[in-house]
Design a protein around this ligand. Sequence first.
Ligand code: MD6
Ligand code: FE
Length: 204
Amino acid sequence: MKLPTGQSGCFFYPGAFDRDQQKSLVETIRSVLQAAPLYQPVMPRTGKPFSVRMSNCGTLGWVSDKDGYRYQPTHPVTGEPWPAIPAALKELWAVVAPDCREPEACLINWYAPDAKMGMHQDRDEKTFDAPVVSVSLGDDALFKLGGTQRGGPTESIRLASGDVLVMGGESRLCFHGITRLYPGTSTLLDAPGRINLTLRRVTA
Ligand code: MD6
Ligand code: FE
């Protein structure tokens, strides 16, 4: 995909997971969330809560609290190790990032209908050699994608259930965020809302 700012390495695969695959992925994520419940992260310093609730699977999980952003091997509330990354997601990684070592972290973001995600870069990993691979499930969302400098030109992509977005290469550090959801556009989940999964390699 050609970005407004010209970076290469960003790939969009609409409908990469069909309906049955999405259903099965949701069931798998539900069982992950039974072991590692969604919690409400807060912003470093300010302690302002995110509107998105989060959990993780993998050997490392991304967490945010008053002390900062980091990866850690255990759930911040239960203290338990994160569950393993489901096979279907490891298979996706092998297809879209065949030359990279296996993913270590899968961040699970849950959006209520009014939740958003501010513009950010994914830069807490020790290596940027591997892409971030994202899967959307449930209601459509508007994804805003810019360049590597905050405040530059952006474009918006409407992400639907089953879509996969890969941000690697020059696009790995591009700013991005979720502007809004379109509640009621998917019947995949029992209630309005959206799940986003992002797979990452954290260590070199
Ligand atoms: C979301 N996604 O789609 C938020 N990050 O809800 C991300 O923050 C993201 O989709 C890095 C690469 C791809 C992404
Ligand atoms: Fe991100």
